[in-house]
Design a protein around this ligand. Structure first.
Ligand code: CMC
Length: 397
């Protein structure tokens, strides 16, 4: 039965119990991890502006900050980097399992399954033990890139490439993916992309992570549920669709007509709009700068001109409604230049966002109350069961 305004009214929600579709504007937790000022395009992680972190920090340092609350000391960072490096390998059993996945399956589905499988290997749910929490954080941050790269090679019929201990986190991922040691500039830009995607308050996948965490299940289930949520085209999956859209537009001159046609058919422009921002997403501006740095060094992607034309044209028609480019608008162009296949854009987002999910997992455990929202029932009020021979022969009769 479809939920209509009438059926909602029939059930007369109690005052203060109004339906808020998508939980828009409803606070469901307190958090000290990340703050967004959507009217001024400001984003901070633990109080640090995203622009400063993206310019000066590393992904592992930022992960530490998000998860443990403060920037690490030099010694803490060294230990954390070393621990992550030591746990990059995944069991041959996980790799064998991935070999049984259909090569045509989406890498996000492969990642969701392999992340969940880690719970089988590290099954002790000692979530009140700080060492268990630390180990789970290290394992998930360390192994997710290895699993993403492994599926990419496995589906091409190749053996996964083992991590290289002499390479830093981001360089090692690009190496495992392409079997080539990346250019230092490419590795640094990739690391900065990971910083930009690491956390964004209570978006859909982080909310999923917190709901799952609130049941006190293991952190691998928490991350697997968040990966499944991130996969959707209204969330992390939009970065793939942006490239498809730019290719469909084809050239900058066609941006205006594409936009007009999409708006008049009520079709969304992928990579635009955000529940939180009324101005351009600050991450989109930084990613655009990173794209330009990459293009200056390795050659331009012709779709960049299409993207800029679309952004310019949209400034009047969508900008007046507070709809501007979001983080997904330029990230695909950066990833493409780094040699990352299109259907790995969202898994790469997951490599980064696992830091935010884990920060929220810890925070949720610190003041846990299981999520159990209410609903407004719109079904049939009451009826009596009848034996099958006494039921009407057709539905609705
Ligand atoms: N293109 C055209 N119109 C849009 C767009 C867009 N991208 N986004 C929102 N609108 C319009 C929408 O049609 C509606 O107009 P009206 O009031 O006239 O019917 C109004 O803006 C409100 O839209 P909404 O979908 O109710 O807004 P929301 O806050 O629920 O949605 C959003 C936020 C991100 C789901 C939405 O902007 C969207 O679908 N964008 C395209 C997909 C996308 O880029 N997703 C990535 C999000 S950022 C990264 C992440 O979270 O993973």
């Amino acid at each position: 039965m479809f939920q209509t305004q009438k059926t909602i009214e029939n059930h007369r929600p109690q005052p203060g119990n109004q339906l808020r579709p998508g939980l828009e504007g409803v606070p469901v937790t307190q958090s000290s991890i990340c703050d967004i000022d959507g009217n001024h395009g400001k984003l901070t992680y633990r109080g640090y502006p995203i622009s400063e972190l993206a310019a000066h920090s590393s992904f592992l340092e930022t992960s530490y900050l998000l998860i443990w609350g403060n920037l690490p000391t030099a010694e803490e960072l060294k230990v954390f980097e070393k621990e992550v490096q030591m746990h990059r390998r995944v069991s041959f059993r996980v790799r064998d399992m991935m070999k049984c996945f259909p090569a045509t399956g989406h890498p996000m589905d492969a990642l969701q399954s392999s992340a969940a499988s880690l719970g089988l290997f590290y099954s002790r749910r000692a979530i009140d033990n700080p060492q268990y929490i630390y180990d789970a954080v290290v394992r998930l941050i360390a192994k997710i890139p290895t699993m993403v790269a492994a599926f990419q090679l496995i589906r091409k019929g190749q053996d996964p490439i083992q991590p290289r201990d002499d390479l830093a986190y981001s360089a090692n991922f690009l190496y495992m993916l392409t079997d080539r040691e990346p250019d230092p500039l490419a590795a640094r830009i990739f690391d900065r992309c990971l910083i930009l995607h690491a956390e964004h308050s209570l978006n859909a996948s982080t909310f999923s992570a917190r709901v799952t965490a609130s049941t006190l299940t293991d952190p691998y289930a928490v991350v697997a549920s968040a990966v499944g949520t991130l996969a959707g085209p209204l969330h992390g999956g939009a970065n793939e669709d942006v490239i498809a859209m730019l290719e469909e537009i084809g050239s900058p001159e066609k941006a205006r007509s594409y936009l007009d046609e999409a708006i008049s058919n009520k079709r969304k422009i992928m990579g635009f709009g955000h529940r939180e921002y009324r101005v351009k997403d600050p991450r989109a501006s930084i990613l655009q700068g990173l794209a330009e740095e990459l293009f200056a060094r390795f050659g331009k992607d012709e779709m960049y001109d299409v993207a800029k034309a679309l952004e310019e044209e949209a400034a009047t028609s969508l900008g007046s409604k507070g709809i501007y480019p979001n983080v997904d608008f330029y990230s695909g162009l950066v990833y493409r230049k780094l040699g990352i296949p299109r259907d790995l854009f969202t898994p790469v987002f997951a490599i980064s966002r696992v830091a935010g999910w884990l920060a929220h997992w810890r925070e949720q455990l610190g003041a846990n109350r299981i999520f159990r929202p209410s609903q407004i029932y719109t079904g049939v009020p009451s009826r009596t069961w009848k034996a099958v021979e006494d039921r009407p022969t057709s539905i609705g009769a």
